[in-house]
Design a protein around this ligand. Structure first.
Ligand code: HEM
Length: 401
């Protein structure tokens, strides 16, 4: 069996696509210089996502970064994202119904109205900071609407969420930990207060029914309940905000495709899917190997942290023709998008994310067809987990009354 090629985490952070493109034909497996194995071929990534010889990573990476106690440790230890077996089921189940496609699709008019309100608020200025003025707000306002949280709390919880989301990037360092501990502590106190308030003053909202269901079943401790709500606030506000920005930047860089969507809104779902494939904001999911696994003559030993690179898989030429071409009309995208993972941990918010990305794009193309980049396209960095984006300014010609 051959030893995997070693790549540096720093190089992956800045040149992930180039590295995967270079090595994918040569090997199914890379090893990062911090010891993490990376599966990079679509067939393997898809298969390993549901392979019983792997399990979800728990706190293994956090421990190597010295996260052994405190609110950050609680978050990583109790979130459904990083749990397995019955603990995972008990943490996910009370939320599964609220985020099921059937219920989420009823929110479409509300999501549309929020997207249009955000555009209206900036329309006359003819320009905006896309992330600060639009992408930050759309998913955060929608998650407030779903949970029953006041919109006036958005600055408080998003400040914590944007810091804490680094916990799902395997490249956070020991130096990042104090700030993340702080964010986890503040967010946990905020959510704890919300749940306490609904216990004392029940209302007609999701948080009240969530606390009632938990108190009746007694399957989750208070810290577990708080952490699941933190996870929802994080998933609900950070990932889609960056995906919205990536989507706008990609389409504006490919003007003909932006104009095609403006002329034919039926192209919106396919445009959303292609943006998620071409430049995903979540680049991989973490697993631990429970057995030795052989991949095309390469050896993946048991007991190792394994990153399943959806980023690499979604540009695998064995599955996508001309994978480095951005094309909203491509016909080779699977119905269940790999960007949301697969198996028992498949993204709980997939239907919500798609809805927000579709309605965000629909509002922008309808109200601002002359939208254009005001400066450079968005820079997306990161080779695994939650990636990072830098600023995006846009402008448009506003038709004054
Ligand atoms: C474009 C946006 C999004 C992307 C690309 C994305 C991606 C993912 C991926 C890949 C996973 C699987 C993790 C794994 O297998 O280890 C996941 C899980 C999860 N996502 Fe998302 N997500 C997005 C939006 C959202 C939203 C809007 C929510 C809000 C509810 C959300 C909540 C969650 C939760 C709670 C899990 C954990 C599910 C479990 O472990 O059972 N996500 N997401």
């Amino acid at each position: 069996m051959s030893e995997p090629i070693i790549v540096s985490a720093a190089d992956l952070h800045s040149h992930a696509h180039e590295i995967f493109r270079r090595y994918r034909p040569l090997t199914p497996l890379l090893k990062r210089d911090d010891g993490i194995y990376i599966a990079i071929r679509a067939r393997d990534v898809e298969q390993l996502l549901t392979d019983p010889r792997t399990r979800q990573m728990e706190t293994e990476i956090a421990e190597t970064r010295g996260v052994v106690d405190g609110p950050l440790r609680d978050f990583l230890q109790y979130t459904m994202v990083l749990s397995n077996g019955i603990a995972h089921r008990q943490r996910r189940l009370p939320l599964a119904r609220a985020f099921a496609h059937k219920f989420i699709s009823d929110l479409r008019p509300r999501v549309r109205a929020i997207a249009e309100e955000l555009i209206d608020a900036r329309y006359e200025t003819g320009e905006m900071d896309f992330i600060a003025d639009f992408a930050n707000w759309l998913p955060a306002r929608v998650i407030c609407h779903i949970l029953g949280v006041p919109e006036s709390d958005i600055p408080e919880f998003t400040r914590c969420v944007y810091s804490l989301s680094r916990a799902f990037s395997s490249t956070f360092t020991k130096e990042d930990v104090p700030d993340m501990q702080h964010a986890a502590g503040d967010l946990s106190a905020y959510v704890d207060d919300l749940l306490m308030d609904r216990r004392q003053r029940p209302r007609e909202d999701f948080l009240t029914s969530y606390t009632l269901a938990l108190d009746t079943s007694e399957k989750l401790s208070n810290v577990e309940a708080v952490v699941q709500m933190m996870t929802i606030l994080l998933g609900g506000s950070d990932t889609t905000r960056s995906a919205l920005a990536i989507q706008a930047s990609l389409l504006l860089e490919n003007r003909d495709q932006w104009e095609a969507v403006c002329g034919d809104p039926a192209l919106i779902p396919a445009a959303v899917f292609e943006c998620l494939r071409y430049e995903p904001f979540v680049g991989s999911v973490p697993r631990v190997t429970l057995d030795d696994i052989a991949l095309d003559g390469w050896s993946l030993p048991r007991g190792q942290i394994l990153s399943l690179s959806t980023l690499a898989a979604m540009r695998d030429p064995d599955v996508y023709s001309e994978p480095d071409r951005f094309d909203i009309r491509r016909s080779d995208l699977p119905r269940r998008h790999l960007v949301f993972g697969n198996g028992v941990h498949r993204c709980l918010g997939a239907a919500l994310a798609k809805l927000e990305l579709e309605e965000g794009l629909a509002a922008l193309t309808r109200r601002l067809p002359s939208l254009e980049l005001d400066g450079n396209p968005l820079v997306v960095r990161g080779g695994s987990g939650i990636r990072t984006v830098q600023g995006l300014r846009v402008r448009w010609a506003c038709a004054r009354a």
